[in-house]
Design a binder for this molecule. Sequence first.
Ligand SMILES: [Zn+2]
Length: 328
Amino acid sequence: MYSNKTPMERLTPEILINLAMHLDVPSVFQLSLANKHFSKLFSDELLCRQLVERDYGINYKHPDETYAGLLHLLYTGAIRPSRYLSAVPDEVTDAKRAVYRASLAHKETANCDLCKTNPAEYLNMDPADNTLVCSSCAQENKQRYAVLFSLSSEGLYTFMEDGSKHKLGDDSADRNEVHKVKGITESLTSNDTINDLDRRRRAEHQLYIQELRREDMSLKHYLIEKTWGRSWMLFRTREGSPLPGRITNQKLARSNGTLDPNIRLPMDKYRPAPETHADIVSEKLWSYLEKAYGVQGRAYSEDDMQTPEYVRLRVYMDDYKKSIHSYP
Ligand SMILES: [Zn+2]
């Protein structure tokens, strides 16, 4: 049968789109200008969305924008929305929201998680990491902490190559970036107290389950005072239980503030030990709890058990770490 279509024109739209995915954006634009048939390529939102993400690292847009329109703006250089924002979901995690809330409550005492000396200024917005950092630590690690929420100004920032600070979604930003920043900020700062508490309960129970399954004993382990550990357990497991206050670690201290060497600790990760004074948790869980609840007294870890008077506690800790091997 005779057809006046060229072989290229006889390709199905699916094949054409697949083909276009293997070309760079300038070539796709040239194709679309060359021929009416190909010009339809740019009305395909799925293709444009994939090209926007592949070539510009952007996976978000303003609801009134099309990906075709966005691709054109990016291609012509009219806008340069931050690609770092693509790694931050619109809905922040409940754990991140809890860390943010707590950092507001303990503003004066929250220190940078990295240097431990400067006051915490930013919350990392990576969904899997809730590190609080100061400006100088943020500058030094700008790849790892690409999008930061300022605890004082409530804006999102990124540190540039030259060390300067850039506000995301400000007056110079395009509407796509502005919309994205607004969504993330609202999700972090929204105040839906009842639902939030319930979501936090579930999120923290998940963190606890993760901790139970974690068998990396090379991590540093910390102590959590027992009565606080119990109220946290109630909060996690019983609907309607109140949020515990600050971690009552001062009960593990002697009068000079150092760890009391006479306390009892669990010797087995999976066996309940009611007659003990503290629970043992990995630094992963500790770092969340410390930020989300704050600590009365101070943090105690294996590092506090180095001198001879702590030999007994050291044995508890070693037995605890080895206990994971006695279960199949
Ligand atoms: Zn720091």
